[in-house]
Design a binder for this molecule. Structure first.
Ligand code: MIG
Length: 653
């Protein structure tokens, strides 16, 4: 049961796409205070769990934290970092009373969840206008499903997007990319795509390619395709100020860029130097920007990643490089903005969008900017590509999941960030972002063999499985850490599991349900299962328990019920029934251990070096279950329906 409550004049975010009946105010559960903004409080019981909030720091259970939903580009992902790149304002309180709430506004929202032991859930909305949705149901799982049902179906990537991807900020030339492909092939580590970071562009200008580095871009893309590899270029939000560049000229002429305080085109610096920002709030501007992707799809590109779309700003016409800190401080002091939010707030209060013909300050609708960039690209690609496309973005808001996935931004090569990746996945799923993942191995800092292997062993289960690292850090390709066999084994497992992972993803997306769930969703009555933060359910059959500690040769696993333990060792699946309770498992660095729930089955396929070699129908069932409902299609057609499910039974059963 979902009800809607309206305050002031809520901004139409289009996050919720079904009709939801208006409830009688005040809404249940919350004490509401109106004044400057809106404040909602709910007294938490001692044992209440709070799930959700998408891309935020800390645990699966959000208790104890303060989360500022105000999309921010800050690579310093400390545990108490209040803001990341997305604003996902949906949570579920699960306890004596169980309910969900979605605070639907593109403005800043602060969630304090039993912060500093306050015992209350406090939600502070900076603006007076808000659309609040309250969901009631028998369990957290039921509420999550109802919410997902209300926000529209997840984006459906092609099969190759479930392959392994390599990326690095610093690849420049054709030869750099070829060398990566060669490195993977020589070491027999599967690979499906390589991401192209900003250096493929000509002077960082969107929709250009560097003429010297890629004398024949189209030819290069098709040569790579013939080797089974897709190239995935990055697109940044800022368009370089450069008269003569058609995208720039046209955007200015048509009024498709955001404007400044005087009503002129707003200028701020990012990688290309001074830029204008597309005014994604105008439907026509979205259409126009989306159509630019054709320059690359015409060259055979079928996937993109959208970056810097919070939008990230180095400095602007207002916050000159030198005066930056002072200007920001002054502005912060003059508004009621949150104290530790990003320095870009000084700029965000000074540029404008056109919404239905009216000028609206960016700050008030900030959290939708990146989501609308994803929508611009996604709508274009969905309409114009003959097959499904890959798209993932850095900034997001609920609703953008219908057009593309997200990656979780600039983490670092730290064990705590691997753990963070694990904790973020269920929340992201609850907020619609089924297709997501982190920079495997860590973006900033120097990775090492052990961390990368353990991280890959986890990412093997996340829809987006991509190794990405920053310029200036240790080279992080899987074949650069000695004895590549261990890496080939773990990435190889991903490909053997594709019949299951792809099927579970597609079923979850089509049924508008979760792909990754916390343990408490399956065993809500089991206090131990509810408190587990380092094990997850992936699809209906599989439970994972990744090794998250440096130097550990295994770990303790909690099994709420007897399961089949599956050990993947040197290309072989070794299965063993294990009892409920606490189990000590040994997990050598080159192996992966996972579990199949009692009575469930998991199909596995043959080894492959890229998804082009994967035959989804050639499977063997593991686990104690005797049948599996497998979603199968050609991996790219757009007509995806549940009718593509076939039943696979165990031979002899
Ligand atoms: O200011 O394009 O999060 O993945 O490698 C940094 C360079 C800009 C941030 C992205 C990261 C990417 C990097 N970008």
């Amino acid at each position: 049961m979902m009800k809607r409550y309206e305050y002031g004049h809520p901004f139409e975010t289009e996050a919720v796409v079904v009709d939801v009946p208006l409830g009688e105010t005040p809404p249940p559960y919350f004490r509401v205070e109106q004044g400057t903004g809106l404040c909602f409080t709910y007294p938490l019981e001692k044992d209440d769990l709070v799930y959700g909030l998408g891309e935020t720091m800390r645990g699966i259970n959000k208790r104890g934290g303060r989360y500022v939903m105000y999309n921010t580009d800050d690579p310093n992902h400390r545990m108490d970092m209040p803001s990341l790149y997305g604003a996902h304002n949906f949570l579920i309180v699960d306890g004596k009373t169980t309910f969900g709430a979605f605070f639907d506004t593109p403005a800043c929202v602060v969630f304090e969840v039993d912060f500093q032991g306050s015992g209350v859930l406090k939600v502070k909305c900076e603006e007076d206008s808000l659309r609040l949705f309250v969901l009631e149901g028998n369990s957290a799982a039921e509420i999550a499903k109802e919410f997902l049902g209300s926000i529209g179906r997840s984006f459906l990537p092609p099969l190759w997007a479930f392959g392994f991807g390599q990326s690095r900020w610093g690849y420049k030339t054709e030869r750099d990319f070829m060398a990566v492909a060669d490195g993977y092939r020589a070491n027999q580590i599967p690979l499906d795509y390589i991401c192209m970071d900003i250096d493929y562009m000509n002077r960082f200008i969107d929709f250009t390619t560097h003429p010297k580095r890629f004398p024949d871009f189209q030819g290069f893309v098709s040569r790579m395709r013939r080797r089974g590899i897709h190239m995935v270029p990055i697109i940044d939000a800022g368009v370089k100020v450069e008269p003569g560049n058609a995208v720039y000229d046209e955007g200015v002429e048509k009024g498709f860029f955001a404007t400044n305080e005087e009503g002129k085109t707003f200028r701020a610096a990012v990688w290309p130097g001074m830029c204008h920002f597309p005014d994604f709030f105008q439907p026509e501007a979205r259409k126009w920007f989306g159509a630019q992707y054709q320059k690359l799809t015409d060259c055979g590109i079928e996937g993109f990643w959208n970056d810097m779309n919070e939008p990230s700003i180095f400095y602007s016409e207002y916050t000159k490089p030198r005066g930056l800190v002072d200007a920001a401080k002054k502005l912060l002091a003059s508004t009621n903005l949150e104290e530790n939010a990003h320095k870009n707030q000084a700029d965000y209060t000074r540029f404008y969008h056109l919404v239905d013909g009216k000028r609206v300050c960016h700050h008030k609708i900030h959290n939708l900017f990146g989501a609308l960039m994803t929508r611009a690209a996604g709508e274009y690609l969905a309409e114009n590509m003959p097959t499904r496309y890959l798209l993932f973005s850095r900034a997001s808001y609920i609703g953008a999941h219908r057009y593309g996935g997200i990656w979780t931004g600039d983490n670092a090569s730290k064990w705590e960030h691997l753990r963070q990746n694990v904790c973020q996945m269920p929340g992201l799923n609850m907020c619609g972002f089924l297709y997501s993942g982190a920079d495997t191995g860590g973006f900033g800092g120097n990775s090492d063999r052990e961390l990368l292997l353990r991280w890959l062993a986890f990412s093997a289960f996340t829809p987006l499985m991509r190794n990405h690292s920053a310029k200036g850090t240790r080279r992080q390709e899987n074949y650069r850490f000695g004895d590549p066999g261990a890496f080939a084994n773990i990435v190889g497992l991903r490909y053997r599991l594709l019949p299951y992972l792809y099927s579970e993803f597609m079923k979850a997306a089509l049924r508008q349900d979760l792909y990754i769930r916390p343990m408490g969703f399956a065993w809500p009555q089991d206090p131990k299962a509810r408190s587990v933060e380092d094990q997850l359910l992936v699809g209906e059959s599989v439970m994972i328990a990744p090794v998250l500690e440096q130097g550990a040769d295994g770990r303790k696993v909690y099994l709420p019920e007897p399961m089949t333990q599956v050990r993947f060792r040197q290309g072989e699946f070794l299965c063993q029934e294990v009892p409920a309770g606490e189990l000590d498992i040994r997990v050598p660095l080159d192996e992966v251990v996972f579990f199949i729930r009692r009575g469930f089955a998991c199909p596995v396929g043959k080894a492959a070096q890229c998804t082009g070699e994967v035959d989804l129908t050639q499977v063997e069932l593991l686990g104690s279950g005797t049948r599996y409902e497998q979603y199968v299609d050609d991996g790219k057609s757009k007509n995806c329906t549940l009718e593509n499910i076939r039943v696979v039974t165990k031979t002899g059963a």
